[in-house]
Every structure is written in C-alpha cells, then in structure tokens.
Design a protein around this ligand. Structure first.
Ligand SMILES: NC(=O)C1=CN([C@@H]2O[C@H](COP(=O)(O)OP(=O)(O)OC[C@H]3O[C@@H](n4cnc5c(N)ncnc54)[C@H](OP(=O)(O)O)[C@@H]3O)[C@@H](O)[C@H]2O)C=CC1
Ligand SMILES: CC(C)(CO)C(=O)C(=O)O
Length: 305
C-alpha cells in the first residue's frame, strides 16, 4: 500500500515512520527543516523505541495518488492542507488521526473518501528529524461517519503490523465526539490554570466543574444524534488516570506561543448546541478564556512570566 502522511509533524511522523519501518511505501509531506533533516539523516524515533528510519519526505504535494492519505495537521490547518492536495485527495481514502470535530467532513467536502480516527499515542517533535514517542496508546479507526468496509480493516491490520495497536469501530463519529468532549474539559481547565491533568481529579472544585462540562457536551452530542460506544464520563476518568502526569497539548501549544485547537473542540460543541437550540454556557466560557489566553500570549501573559 502506498501511504502519504499529509502534515508530517509529531504524530504524523510517528505513524509514517513506524509504517515505513514495517516495509510500507510511505511519503511524509511536511515542512522544512523537519523534511530536510529526514532527507539528510533519516527520521529518528526516540522514547518507546530508538530507531533511525529511512523514509521519503517532501514539502510539496506529489501528482501521483496514493492508496491512503493520513491527515495529521492541526485541525486549524485541515482545510488549507486538503485544498492544497485536492487533486490527489479526490476519490482517495483519507484517514484523519487529528483531534477535534469536523476534520472528516472537510475530507468529504473536497471529494475524499473519509475514514475517521482517534489515537491516544503521544508524540512530540523534539527537533527537526527527531520525534519522541512518549506514550504508547491505541488507535481506533472507522468509516466516517459510520460503518465499516474491507479497506478500513486492511489499514488497521497494517497499523497493527507496524506496532500501532489499532481497532476498528462501526461508530467512529461516536469516538471522535467522546474524545472531543473529554478534551473540552481537560484541555481547557488544564490550560487556563496551567496544571497537570491529574490535578483535575484531585481537586474537588475542578473535578465537579469538569464533570459539568462533560455533561454539557454529552447533552449536545446526544441531541445531535451522536451515540457513544463508551460514555465520555468514563473516558474522562480513564484519561485523567492514564495521563495524570501530563500537561495537555493545548497548554503546551500556548506555552510555545502556538495557536490552539480550541475552535474545533469547545467551539464545535457550542456550534452544535446552536443547531439543536441548546445553550452551552460552560463550553462558551471555557472557549472564550482559552481564546483570550491565546490572544494575550504575546503581550501581557508572556511578559508577566
Ligand atoms: N502529538 C500527539 O501526541 C497527538 C496529536 N493528536 C492530534 O494530531 C494532530 C497533529 O498534532 P501534532 O502532530 O502534535 O501537530 P504538529 O504541529 O506537530 O504537526 C502538524 C504538522 O503539519 C504541518 N502542516 C500543516 N499544514 C501543512 C500542509 N498544508 N502541508 C504540509 N504540512 C503541513 C505543520 O506545519 P506548520 O506548523 O508549519 O503549519 C506541522 O509540522 C492534531 O489534531 C493533534 O491534536 C492526536 C493525538 C496525539
Ligand atoms: C488525552 C489528553 C488530555 C492528554 O493530555 C489529550 O488528548 C491532549 O492533551 O490533547
């Protein structure tokens, strides 16, 4: 199978590198200096494994279509990335392993065949050409919004062979929403207070606030016809336990002065609330506070540090 990784940053390079190591024909599409370094020295994956992997990498979109495109940009770059690659996306299988709600709908809008996904693997780009695999998690993929087919099974089998534990689901939209609802509580509260995930569980005020955020997200999802495989509240407690020593990814983006994915997490929950005439006061407030923190990062907030 020929696979392109569109948005080869931390998680995309991890997936692409492991697939290449397993003998899959992979092309990483990303940015310099990461791509340049991979061309010169190969891709280094550190942490869970320590390997130097030879894999093709480029900064431009090839003309030839692959069998599968794995979309791994941040959610705010999805539209641009898909538009820049629309000639190869059209009628091609595209699997999103991104966070947030709406990525797969954008794939469908440009004519791609969408596979949805969530992953609990953790990766960071240490420096150009070097990715650290920090946490071995699982990946769930499925035909978007629902259903299954042989190709999805084939992709899951390939991922498993590459060392990425992967399961398929007939209800991937339920998983995508459940993860977004969990992120809408942990990432926002953790970012505003600049705390590790575990503290949300250990502090009674934060815990009850976070649980109300989860309940609000669930009400909106259910009214929009989303069904869950695992209740988001259960996933929330599991995630807090498994990631208690982590600073969440939104907070890390803020610390690095980068844009966050808040519009595609809390912002989408608020938007979907409007479709079914449900207010989302908690998600609206958390969205506004994170947006404020994003805006302040380059002046008051950073200067005060
Ligand atoms: N890292 C992790 O452990 C996990 C991440 N995720 C999700 O996966 C997604 C990606 O996260 P992560 O890997 O951390 O993010 P990164 O920012 O490390 O990687 C995304 C990369 O895509 C590049 N990119 C954006 N647009 C294009 C384009 N048009 N062509 C080529 N490259 C492009 C970005 O470059 P530039 O910055 O210049 O735009 C960046 O290098 C997010 O939705 C995240 O929430 C999910 C689970 C775990
Ligand atoms: C699971 C969790 C909350 C881990 O920190 C995460 O998805 C994130 O940080 O974005």
């Amino acid at each position: 199978m020929k696979v392109y990784i569109l948005g080869a940053g931390a998680i995309g390079s991890l997936f692409g590198g492991l697939l290449a190591k397993a003998g899959v024909d992979v092309l990483l599409i990303g940015r310099d200096p990461h791509v340049k370094s991979i061309g010169e020295r190969g891709l280094v994956i550190k942490g869970i494994i320590n390997e130097e992997i030879r894999v093709n990498a480029t900064t431009s979109i090839p003309k030839e279509k692959p069998d599968l495109i794995i979309l791994s940009t941040k959610a705010y770059s999805t539209e641009d990335a898909l538009n820049s690659a629309k000639d190869i996306v059209r009628e091609t299988w595209v699997l999103s392993i991104q966070n947030g709600i709406g990525n797969e709908d954008k794939i469908l809008r440009v004519g791609g065949k969408a596979i949805g996904g969530i992953t609990t693997n953790g990766a960071i780009l240490k420096e150009p050409g070097i990715v650290e695999w920090k946490g071995k998690g699982i990946t769930i993929i499925g035909l978007y919004p629902q259903g299954h087919n042989e190709f999805v099974e084939e992709v899951a089998e390939l991922f498993n062979k590459a060392g990425l534990e992967t399961h398929t689901s007939d209800n991937i939209i339920g998983w995508i929403w459940a993860k977004a609802i969990v992120n809408s509580a942990i990432n926002t509260i953790g970012s505003i207070l600049e705390i590790k995930n575990g503290l949300i569980k250990d502090n009674q005020y934060l815990l009850s606030a976070a649980m109300e955020v989860i309940k609000e997200g669930c009400r909106i999802a259910l009214q929009n016809g989303i069904e869950f495989e695992v209740p988001p509240m259960e996933l929330f407690f599991q995630t807090l336990e498994q990631t208690k020593d982590n600073y969440n990814s939104m907070l890390q983006d803020l610390w690095r002065g980068k844009r966050t994915e808040i519009d595609y997490i809390s912002g989408k929950i608020v938007e979907y609330g409007k479709y079914v005439n449900l207010e989302a006061p908690m998600n609206s407030l958390l969205w506004a506070l994170v947006k404020a923190k994003e805006e302040l990062r380059n002046n008051v907030w950073r200067k005060g540090k």
